[in-house]
Ligand binder design. Sequence first.
Ligand SMILES: NC(=O)c1ccc[n+]([C@@H]2O[C@H](COP(=O)([O-])OP(=O)(O)OC[C@H]3O[C@@H](n4cnc5c(N)ncnc54)[C@H](OP(=O)(O)O)[C@@H]3O)[C@@H](O)[C@H]2O)c1
Length: 264
Amino acid sequence: MDQTGASRIVTVITGASAGIGADLARVFAQKGHDLALVARDANKLADLADELGQVGRQRPLIIPLDLSQHGAADELLAKLAAAGARADILVNNAGYGLLGKAADLDRKAQVGMIDLNIRALTDLTLAFLPMLRAAKGRLLNVASTAAFAPGPGFAIYYATKAYVLSFSEALSHELRSEVSVTALCPGPTATEFQGRAGFEKSPNMNKLPMMTSKAVAQIGYDATMAGKRVAIAGFSNQAMAIGMRLSPHSLLLPILSKIQGTAH
Ligand SMILES: NC(=O)c1ccc[n+]([C@@H]2O[C@H](COP(=O)([O-])OP(=O)(O)OC[C@H]3O[C@@H](n4cnc5c(N)ncnc54)[C@H](OP(=O)(O)O)[C@@H]3O)[C@@H](O)[C@H]2O)c1
């Protein structure tokens, strides 16, 4: 037990029930971190906790929560405290996208994307900062290569990730001697993301070359522990991000619209 009364010091990973978050949990566990896993699907979290209990130091805590709900960050803090745990690392990974024109997609689902990708990520960051500061800890925010340009056909998702990258970079400077802040920017990665986003509506999106979530998670872990400000996953995604940063939007908008256009 430490001076705050906590007996467990954990890495909190949101969106740990699938994809990149589940593989981040596997890497953190292999490296000996004690974990708290957060997502909505309690059964998937329990299965992963059972798996990681074999390789990590302890069976991870599981905290089923819908992070898009107001008050979720306070609820998470309260549940950690009730379990006698505090965080030294926070991984804000939970997020989703919706492919299609903003005017055509469901309004509630699109605002829900902002609730999860932006509002919950921000509230969790601010809620955990006192703990992370006290621990001289680390924060990993999962952005995307979508952060580097406006994305017609995926407009709100791209905008949410531009926010995540901008917020994380500024925070990394504000907190530079106290908390290390990393933004991870994966490109297309084979997970449940594509199904939830509706990639089957597009003739192109499922044809994009995809990295594995295992490779992306390893890059995210290494960058976090090295205290890197931004990590773009993979060489071709790094080249694409630089291209997106340097190209005029008048050129990028029709190209991205063509790639991300949906057939119906
Ligand atoms: N896959 C890609 O191509 C790609 C590329 C760039 C960036 N990213 C980013 O990487 C992150 C992880 O995505 P992924 O590809 O691993 O997708 P995924 O396989 O769909 O996993 C998303 C995770 O977020 C959780 N989640 C979704 N809504 C939630 C909510 N309301 N409350 C709590 N948890 C919630 C899901 O769990 P439950 O359903 O159990 O809640 C799941 O664990 C996201 O931020 C995504 O934007 C993905």
